[in-house]
Design a protein around this ligand. Structure first.
Ligand code: OSB
Ligand code: MG
Length: 373
């Protein structure tokens, strides 16, 4: 049990070690919002990994800021959270705003875990067995200036140990780069992510991709094209994995029912937090659906939460849970996320997040701070 004294948000702007280009844009810096909740039992941290622009999801740093300030934080200040509080039902009258909810909910999970003296991974794994000690991870590779550069970048990640490489694609950057990578790395677990850049009529042009033995083709069509994804899945051997099309538990149910995908990319922020994420995990587990944990270029805070979730039952494939040094030169947690040579990340065993917050790094990249309480 704890009582909330203050909700603070830190808007961070983290320089990326290498620009990240997708079909929805190019980023050289990652904006994000770190949520800090202060209570009479200590503080906890979560992250709303919004981008500056609404290219991937409608939420932005600005909408997270305003929603947290005006709607999410005020009712929590002074509130008491106990073991029976459903952290997924704190704002029954707020629709949408998944990232803002997720950031605040994650901070409350962190406090709950710290107070219980248990790692987040143990809480998130319930009601299934204990979490794994380490998880296999992959890496998501942005669109490169040319195929030669892509080969170099992919080889570097393979040498580092990453268990799966997902290449961003878009019309004009698809068959040629993927075919080349397949030729250079025949045994590599390879995948592609289009972030909704194709149209239903593009299927025939993309069909040769079906001979590359990809782990999955992620979100080829725009988010609302559930039935067109089902038609593509009927005609492709490559499993379709959905991302943007799955903002809620119900959306996952309906996509599976429609046959729109054979795999699920689960991002806790995209679905509004860990409570919904765990329900989606349970659904995939009960249906035997391949599941993995995606990312949104989070800082160490958001990614340690994701690592904790992915350590539980149900996660069948490597996540987009790459090492901190793949994104930034210094991360906001100590330790940062480190890739072991076998392509795994060790799951923290300390209470809560299991990593300390680097207040110096946090302060260095903070653009502005919001306090409610
Ligand atoms: O589509 O999975 C995506 C990053 C930001 C927004 C959307 C996506 C991504 C990635 C990188 O692919 C995932 C990561 O390394 O965090
Ligand atoms: Mg994606």
């Amino acid at each position: 049990m704890f009582r909330i004294a203050e909700v603070a948000c830190h808007h961070l702007r983290l320089p990326l070690v290498t620009p990240f280009r997708t079909s929805f844009g190019r980023e050289t810096e990652k904006d994000t919002v770190i949520v800090r909740v202060r209570t009479d039992a200590g503080e906890g941290f979560g992250e709303a990994p919004a981008h500056a622009a609404p290219g991937y999801i409608a939420d932005t740093v600005e909408t997270v800021w305003a929603t947290t300030r005006d709607w999410l934080a005020p009712p929590l200040v002074g509130a008491t959270i106990d073991a029976g509080t459903d952290l997924g039902a704190l704002w029954p009258r707020v629709r949408g705003h998944a990232l803002a909810r997720a950031g605040l909910e994650a901070a409350l999970w962190d406090i709950r875990a710290r107070q219980a003296g248990r790692p987040l991974a143990a809480l998130y794994a319930e009601p299934h067995g204990p979490p794994a000690a380490a998880i296999p991870v992959g890496v998501s590779v942005g669109i490169q200036p040319d195929v030669g550069r892509l080969v170099e970048v992919v080889r570097g990640y393979v040498a580092a140990g990453y268990r799966r490489v997902k290449c961003k694609i878009e019309p004009g950057w698809d068959l040629e780069p993927l075919t080349r990578i397949r030729r250079e790395c025949p045994a590599l677990a390879l995948a592609a992510d289009a972030n909704g850049a194709y149209r239903p009529e593009d299927l025939d042009a993309l069909r040769p991709l079906d001979d590359l033995g990809l782990q999955f083709l992620e979100q080829p069509l725009p988010p609302d094209h559930v039935l067109a994804h089902a038609r593509w899945q009927e005609r492709l051997r490559t499993p379709i994995c959905l991302d943007e099309s799955l903002p809620t538990l119900q959306a996952v149910r309906e996509a599976l029912e429609a046959g729109a995908c054979r795999m699920v990319n689960l991002k806790p922020p995209r679905v509004g937090g860990m409570t919904v994420a765990r329900a989606i995990r349970d659904l995939c587990l009960s249906r035997g659906v391949r599941l993995w944990c995606g990312g949104m270029l989070e800082s160490g805070i958001g990614r340690w939460h994701n690592v904790a979730l992915a350590a539980g039952a149900g996660f069948t494939d490597p996540g987009d849970l790459s090492a901190s040094d793949r994104y930034v030169t210094e991360d906001v947690t100590d330790p940062p996320i480190r890739l072991r040579p076998d392509g795994t990340v060790a799951v923290p065993t300390g209470p809560g997040l299991g990593a300390a917050i680097r207040e110096d790094v946090l302060a260095r990249y903070t653009v502005r701070t919001l306090r409610v309480g």
